[in-house]
Ligand binder design. Sequence first.
Ligand code: ADP
Length: 300
Amino acid sequence: MSLITIQSLSKKFGSHTVLDGVSLEIKEGQIFGLIGKNGAGKTTLMKIILGLLPADSGQVTVAGEVVRFGDTPTNRHIGYLPDVPAFYLYMTAFEYLCLCGEMAGLSKSERIVYAEKYLALVGLEKNKKRIGGFSRGMKQRLGIAQALIHQPKILICDEPTSALDPIGRKEMLAILQKIKNHTTVIFSTHILNDAQQICDEIALLHEGDFKLTGQVSEIMHAYEKSVLEVKFHSEQHAIIFKKHFPATTQNHLTFLCSADDLDVLQQDILQIILDNHLSIQSITKQQSTLDDVFLEVTSS
Ligand code: ADP
C-alpha cells in the first residue's frame, strides 16, 4: 500500500526550479532513500511532505489524506528528524523525551513507557547525562527517539548520517533498520553507500526530476557491470596478457577487463591465459556501487 503519494509536484525559489512536476509513490514497511547531491531539492521535498513549505503546484497525500501547507493534520502520522536537530541541552534524554511525549498528547504513564522503549531502541537507556554533554551521534540517536515518541507510521530523517563519524553512521544505519519493522523510514542522503546498505527502494533526485526510482536490488542488477579484475604474480606474464587483451591498467600486475557479456569476457580471458601458459593470482568480478550508477545516470 502507498503511504505517501506525490503527484506532479513543482517548486521554484525565484527563477530556480527545484522540483519540476515530480511524481512518486512510497510504499509501507520499507526503508526509502531519497538520494541526490547537495542542493538537489531533498529537504525541499521533505518540507513539502511535512506541510512546512507550500508547493507551487501538484499534490502530496499521506496515508490517503491530502497534505495542507501550515498546520497539516497528516503530521500525526509522521515523525521528523531535521538535519540539525535542536534540544534543551540542560535536560537528560529521558526528561526531554517525556516533554516531547507530553507535547504529543501522551498520558504520563504512556510518556514513561515510550521514553524508556525508544531510549532502549537507540541505545541511550542507561545514559543519565545532560544532553549538552552528548556527542553528535548521541544527539542524532536521541533525535530518532524523539521523532518516534508519538508512534508515527512514518519516520522522515533529513541526512541523518551525514555529520557522523564512521562508527556513528554504522550505529544510525543499524537503528534505522530496526525501526523498519514497525515504521516506514524515509531518509535523505548524499552518501550513496549508506543508501545502498539499508534502503529497499530509492529515488534519485537530480535537476528537478527523479532520474531513477525503484528497488535497490533491481537497480543494481540493471546497472551491473561486466568487469573482471585480473591480477598476475609476475610482470612478465602481465605484459603478455596486456598484448592480447585491451584492458585498463590498474597497476603493473593488475588489469580491469570489460565487455558487454560477462560469460564471453570470462571465456576470452581464460583462453588467453591457457594459450600463453600464464599464471594468475586472481580473477575477481567487480561489483557496481550506487555511486557508479549515480554517475552514469546523472552524466547521461
Ligand atoms: P538538498 O536538501 O538536496 O541539499 P535543498 O532542498 O535544501 O537541497 O535545496 C534545493 C535548492 O533550493 C538549493 O539550491 C537551495 O539553495 C535552494 N533553496 C532551498 N530553500 C530555499 C529558500 N528558502 N529560498 C531560496 N532558495 C532555497
